[in-house]
Design a protein around this ligand. Sequence first.
Ligand code: SAH
Length: 472
Amino acid sequence: MSLYPLFANLKGRPVLVVGGGAVAARKVAGLREAGALVRVGAPQLDEGLARLAHEGAITHFSGRFEPDWLDGVWLAIAATDEEDVNAAVAREAEARRIFVNVVDDAERSAFHVPARLRRGALTVAISSGGRAPVLARRLRAELETHLDTALGELAELAGRHRAAIAAALPDPDARRRFHDDLVDGPVGLAIRQAQPQRAEALLLEGLKNPGAAQAGSVAVVGAGPGDADLLTVRAQRALQRADVIVHDRLIGPKVLDRARRDALLIDLGKAVGQDHEATQNRIHDLLVEHARAGRRVVRLKGGDPFVFGRGGEELEHLAAHGIAYEVIPGVTAALACAAYAGVPLTHRDHSASLVLTTTHRNRGLSARDWRALALERQTLALYMGVSQLESVPRELMRHGRAPETPFALVENGTDPSQRVLTGRLDQLPALARAHGIRAPALLFVGEVAGLARKLAWFGECISAHEPLAQVA
Ligand code: SAH
């Protein structure tokens, strides 16, 4: 059977739903959303439908199905759990040439209701012709993540200016390019920046000079800790839109696999040397250069761009040079490693605060800093090089942390090769050496870290605890 797809305008048109249960209620909701005048026929209505009938939002025909309920309706849906009633509705509707759908009965249905998703004025409808509705629903769920929420607003905006666009761009090819640029260019960015008036102004500006080069932009994107499935939906969309991706050495192939095939990848691990300031300046220049050439640049950083990622400096540079940008957060290593190691960062019994800090590049912490870091009942998440695994526990204990405080050291967090090492703070250097812990690794110190030995669920967990009083 081959179906002819169509979108029906039901605004103000009477439609009959036979049935008063949960299935009928779902159909009624969809029909009301489309503005239909809904009549519901059933001996009894469930609570929600009864309320709608009471409010006058729907009309209730009480009792068993009678053919004259069909008088004057455009469509009918049979949604009862009695097969003979559904069959009667189908038969009577058919005889009157009224399109009828019998829920979950493709044979008796003259029309099918597709799985659908909406973005403002845009509707996508999927049908398997009644053969595999589950597959249609799965496909819908997948599309849900791929379709930018901005699309709906863009469709509304383009719809409002449809005549002006057609007048400015009589050539259909040029018009198609203009619409593509709307989604991916500055107008789409302004929508994602929640600045609809600017989006409209940019669209009108673009119409004055169609075909002119689009301004480029930069998305500063957090790639998360390594597991590509921990990329945010927004990050994936940005990767799919990118012309150029400027990424750190630590970004793995699994994440880069999600990028648009013809995007230019620039690996900073290869492109630059050891001098950190020269490197950072080179990155700034690269971003500005590509954006000025009208490209969509993604600056892809491990974890979150604003947590020990120098994302702030990059943004300041972009702002100073008038380049449009957006920032997409990522799952930072502390949150990812905690989740994947079974270390709850706060806990009603053990810890009420969390400190994210770093000992990278020897920031020269003062005694006062160390005393604050060594406080009890707080969780310390340390972004660090493994070379500091000797000095950090020593300083913490010197400034007041008890030697038996638990630690959890997470190596290669979220990767299948992840290892969690947990034990007492005073044993940390020896244990880390014994197990050959390598970068990247993140250290948790605090009462909660001991919970890893009970709660760890991913990869390998090496537990070297003495029985501890404070962790049950
Ligand atoms: N912006 C990043 C942090 C960059 S600093 C973020 O938000 O996560 C680099 C440090 O992060 C590493 O030295 C290490 O301590 C930590 N780190 C990053 N990824 C990690 C991972 N997968 N497992 C363990 N530690 C990690």
